[in-house]
Design a binder for this molecule. Structure first.
Ligand code: SF4
Length: 202
């Protein structure tokens, strides 16, 4: 007999199918496809990034590019099995601008974050995580609903939507972009924040 978790898994799959046809903002026009969240219903941690990158846009899955590889390794170092977490983005389509033959990431606007919030809100409602982890300022803006700087918010358990415990940290792509001399310290900070989230999840 199906239990409530099966019902939520079915509802989440339907939500992803609905989001595949989303036209709530203009970002769908130039992206390949909607990249919806993935992971188990009931995941203790729900990780939110900014938006899919070039590789995710083509593959149709979140965090499959270099930043995803770094995130998986950081999760493992923090004692979290990456497959146990639900991963998604604040904005579900890749926003980019051309530079020569390359597509360069462009930060989504507040209007686009707000337009896409309906999907994130439903993901949180159906997954029912114990802790949300915001990877970067755009994710923090989307989850907390207010402008948030990482430096002032990290290292604490914040009160998120509906009282959801929320941790803010850097986006793994910021670690990848860091100068050689800064990268190791940034990665340690990311791992420490993920470990804080794991402890808060109990
Ligand atoms: S970015 Fe979000 S709101 Fe905009 S079209 Fe894509 S799924 Fe819809």
């Amino acid at each position: 007999m199906p239990d409530a978790r099966d019902d939520r898994t079915t509802a989440l799959a339907q939500l992803a199918a609905d989001a595949a046809g989303c036209t709530r903002c203009d970002l769908y026009r130039r992206a390949t496809q909607t990249v919806f969240g993935e992971g188990p219903v009931g995941a203790a941690l729900l990780l939110v990034g900014e938006q899919p990158g070039d590789r995710e846009d083509v593959d149709g899955h979140p965090f499959v590019g270099p930043a995803g590889g770094l995130l998986d390794a950081a999760l493992a170092d923090a004692g979290v099995n990456p497959g146990d977490a639900y991963v998604t983005n604040a904005v579900k389509h890749f926003k980019w601008e051309p530079r020569g033959k390359r597509r360069i990431h462009k930060r989504p606007s507040v209007t686009e974050i707000q337009a896409c919030h309906v999907w994130l809100e439903e993901e949180i409602r159906l997954v029912r995580p114990r802790v949300a982890v915001c990877l970067g300022a755009t994710a923090a803006r989307a989850v907390l609903g207010r402008p948030t700087t990482i430096s002032s918010a990290r290292g604490q358990i914040l009160d998120g939507p509906e009282g959801l415990a929320t941790v803010v940290t850097v986006h793994p792509s910021a670690v990848l972009r860091a100068r050689d001399g800064d990268r190791a310290a940034m990665r340690r900070g990311l791992v420490a924040d993920l470990a804080l989230a794991r402890q808060a999840a109990g």
